[in-house]
Ligand binder design. Structure first.
Ligand code: PHE
Length: 445
């Protein structure tokens, strides 16, 4: 049998001792054939890849803590869209149909793969975006709503990537009858008037174009009006969040064509921040398929626990946006590392209070330390995200960064052991001959 070894560098924070016993589990399969998630039991199967460290995050719902930066930001955006319905306690377990199919994701979309998403079993997964709740929320008959939730994507480890983060979905639909369209026009006029007198410079693009078209079932005039309403609504939100600069330093916003399976036309929005364009959100005119599915109530949400009555959503046209709360909070509060949001250290939490944006003051004086780990990769290969999940399960948020430094090299068959990893993690010296993995070791657990 042939296997390959890899060499990886972990950057660890030094302020807490590392665990004495490090257990390496097979992260793709649970030990019994059931797992408990938020007090509900689920059968595991060959798709199961959710890890204990991820399960531990599910009850935390940072966005619902009023004095947490994510909760403060949620409230600020909700106060801007004050006449929208505000939802923030939706269950994180969805079906792949909710997360992908009902939104028109193609069957081969990479986001569906087990290396990108957390599956509980083949029929249940953790939502990877708040758009997973669009169909069921439209099906309740809400015409304007914001939905905030924790979302889960398998990812690398560094200061701006974490496998759990928070998104806010916003949506608004209008009736396509005369009164509905007149309503869009009136709203566009009042929003334009407000933006015209504000300190903002907007680089715009056409609302629809051959490469970013209106949907075939839409009247292009309606599509233009709704796309304009979306842009005006988002520009005014950005002013609320990032405006307020000096007269000669207006907020700079730019609109870019984008693609999402569930909107057309679609856009991304960026702001100029410290000389760099930063992507803030994705949005677009909702695909009619989503509204049709809401109307037919194809969706069965685990949160609502029963199907909703059909509310004639297909006679509407609307927009939706999705934004990442961490990215915006990092800018507004000056928080340099995404992992700090999970801190329970009073030196972090006591810095913030409800309804106030305050600048974060760094408090850790401990230097970073590097650890090199070499290990043998299973014969079928190892995805970097599998290794990152393993590190997270073992050392938690102490690992600041994981990088492959030595590449892969071939050798005979080996098994990875806890003792070996332990030895490397506890060593504060560079790799020496005794610390190289012995040739064959028993697999633990
Ligand atoms: N769900 C998309 C994402 O996670 C964002 C989005 C939401 C885009 C709504 C368009 C409309 O990237």
């Amino acid at each position: 049998m042939l296997s390959v070894a890899t060499s990886t560098r972990l950057l660890l924070r030094r302020h807490r001792p590392l665990p004495l016993t490090v257990r390496i589990r097979n992260i793709s399969r649970a030990s019994s054939n059931e797992i408990s998630i938020l007090d509900q039991r689920y059968e595991v199967d060959g798709t199961t890849n959710i890890t204990q460290s991820i399960i531990a995050k599910l009850p935390l719902r940072l966005h619902n803590q009023p004095a947490h930066p994510l909760g403060i930001l949620r409230s600020k955006i909700e106060s801007h869209f004050h006449d929208f319905a505000h939802l923030s306690s939706v269950h994180p377990v969805v079906t792949p149909a909710q997360n992908f199919d009902l939104l028109g994701f193609p069957p081969d979309h990479p986001g569906r793969s087990v290396t990108d998403s957390y599956y509980i079993n083949k029929d249940c997964m953790l939502r990877t975006h708040t758009s997973a709740h669009e169909v069921e929320t439209f099906a309740t008959g809400q015409s304007k709503w914001l939905l905030t939730a924790d979302v889960y994507r398998r990812d690398e480890i560094d200061s701006s990537h974490y496998p759990v983060f928070h998104q806010m979905e916003g949506a608004r639909v209008f009736k396509t009858d005369k009164a509905g369209i007149e309503g869009v026009k009136a709203d566009n006029q009042s929003l334009s008037r407000y933006l015209d007198q504000s300190n903002i410079v907007i680089e715009d693009i056409p609302h629809i174009s051959p490469t970013n078209p209106a949907q075939p079932t839409h009247d292009p005039v309606h599509s233009e009006l709704v796309a304009l309403n979306l842009k005006l609504s988002i520009n005014s939100l950005l002013l609320k969040l990032f405006g307020g600069g000096a007269r000669d330093a207006p907020l700079q916003v730019r609109w870019i064509e984008a693609y999402f399976p569930f909107t057309s036309p679609s856009f991304e929005v960026e702001i100029l921040y410290q000389g760099k364009w930063l992507e803030i959100l994705g949005c677009g005119v909702v695909q009619q398929l989503t509204l049709d599915n809401a109307g037919k109530c194809l969706c069965y949400s685990l949160f609502f626990a029963r199907p909703h009555p059909s509310l004639g959503i297909p006679d509407n046209i609307g927009w939706a946006f999705g934004l990442g709360l961490e990215r915006i909070a990092m800018i507004l509060f000056g928080i340099p590392d995404i992992r700090l949001f999970w801190s329970t250290d009073p030196r972090f939490l006591s810095q913030f209070s409800e309804n106030k944006i305050t600048a974060f003051k760094p408090y850790s004086k401990y230097p970073a330390c590097f650890k090199d780990v070499s290990f043998w990769v299973p014969e079928g290969g190892l995805h970097e995200n599998d290794f990152c999940d393993l590190v997270r399960d073992v050392v938690g948020d102490l690992a600041e960064d994981v990088k492959i430094v030595g590449g892969l090299w071939s050798r005979g068959f080996f098994s990875l052991t806890s003792t070996a990893i332990d030895r490397f993690l506890h060593s504060s010296q560079d790799r020496s001959q005794e610390r190289v993995l012995p040739d064959k070791l028993p697999v633990d657990g």
